[in-house]
Design a protein around this ligand. Structure first.
Ligand code: 3HC
Length: 292
């Protein structure tokens, strides 16, 4: 198995930061690269803000917080990941942008550096296809919030080597996650099941079966889900849910997977869920927004 000491994270959004935190918490040195224009200070402040809350609530010692933050180097320079043993990209869900990134990473890194994507529904094999050293390309799919959710889907793309899968499986265990190995298919396991579930809840709303609140309450108290489907969609981000629906629909071409009208309208209006303050729920003023 390959040895992993330093992890490069490309993209410092919600998922990238969460993954950086998880890796640093387990003692890995992390290089976190802000992938979009602008400085990295805001990303670092956001990570520190979350950790400060843990310290205030007595969940983490101040010294552990400082050590964790000290293991993460923030930068805007992609070339800083050149010496990393494992790179996990968590940039925008756009295949062409990810392919371009993989091409650049191959030019910077050693031929044995593990190159992983945190994509939700895009083809890992399509990213692998632009690489010369393909056997080191795989998926490492974390769930939001990454510091809390135990699962990581380890995605076995078409030419990923068994040694790489074993190394990633062990890495996930080292960072206290419960990995599941999945073949590279659209949506893997969780998003392939979870996306139609959320789409069905939206169609149920459109049919008038129940309200946003009643459907959420039913699934929380009747199926023991921590969040109802609308709370979950708002939490994931409605643009992300729509993109996942789109990618799965493109693959299976069954209307069951097509994004419902209400979802598309909310995204068009910029109501993307918690991150914009409004989605199915209005986080400034309850009750939930009406079906547009
Ligand atoms: N970062 C770090 N820790 C967090 C956190 C975050 N963003 N959000 C919550 N936590 C921690 C809290 O600190 C708390 O820890 P403690 O028990 O040690 O005090 C614990 O999680 C529980 O948090 P809360 O008490 O504040 O709130 P809840 O009990 O309501 O739990 C939740 C919040 C963990 C988000 C829970 O509602 C949940 O599990 N929801 C479902 C999340 C889910 O399904 N995620 C998967 C989405 S799909 C996906 O990510 C795939 C992608 O490809 C789209």
């Amino acid at each position: 198995m390959m040895e992993i000491r330093t992890v490069g994270i490309i993209g410092t959004g919600t998922m990238g930061l969460g993954i950086a935190q998880v890796c640093a918490q387990s003692g890995f040195n992390v290089i976190a690269v802000k992938a979009t224009p602008g400085s990295w200070e805001k990303a670092k402040a956001s990570l520190e803000g979350g950790l400060n809350k843990s310290v205030e609530r007595g969940k983490m010692a101040a010294a552990d917080r400082d050590a964790l933050v000290g293991r993460i180097t923030f930068t805007t320079d992609e070339r800083a990941v050149a010496d990393c043993d494992l790179i996990i990209e968590s940039i925008i869900e756009d295949l062409q942008t990810k392919k371009d990134l993989f091409r650049r990473l191959e030019a910077i890194c050693r031929p044995d550096t593990l190159l992983c994507t945190n994509t939700s529904t895009l083809s890992v094999t399509a990213m692998m296809a632009v690489c010369k050293h393909r056997s080191r390309v795989a998926g490492l799919h974390f769930f939001n919030p990454a510091p809390v959710m135990k699962l990581v889907e380890v995605i076995h793309a078409f030419e990923t080597s068994e040694e790489v899968i074993e190394t990633l499986d062990q890495f996930c265990k080292t960072i206290s996650k419960g990995p599941v190995i999945v073949q590279d298919t659209t949506g893997f396991i969780v998003n392939r099941l979870l996306t139609p579930y959320m789409l069905n809840a939206i169609r149920m709303l459109e049919r008038g079966t129940g309200t946003i609140e009643s459907i959420d309450q039913a699934m929380k108290t009747g199926a023991a889900h921590p969040m109802g489907p609308f709370e979950l969609a708002d939490y994931i981000g409605l643009d992300v849910v729509e993109a996942m629906a789109h990618n799965i629909f493109e693959d299976v071409r069954h209307e069951h997977h097509a994004p419902p009208h209400t979802l598309t309208r909310l995204v068009q209006l910029g109501y993307l869920g918690r991150k914009t303050g409004k989605g199915f729920y209005d986080y400034a003023q309850k009750p939930p927004v009406q079906n547009p």
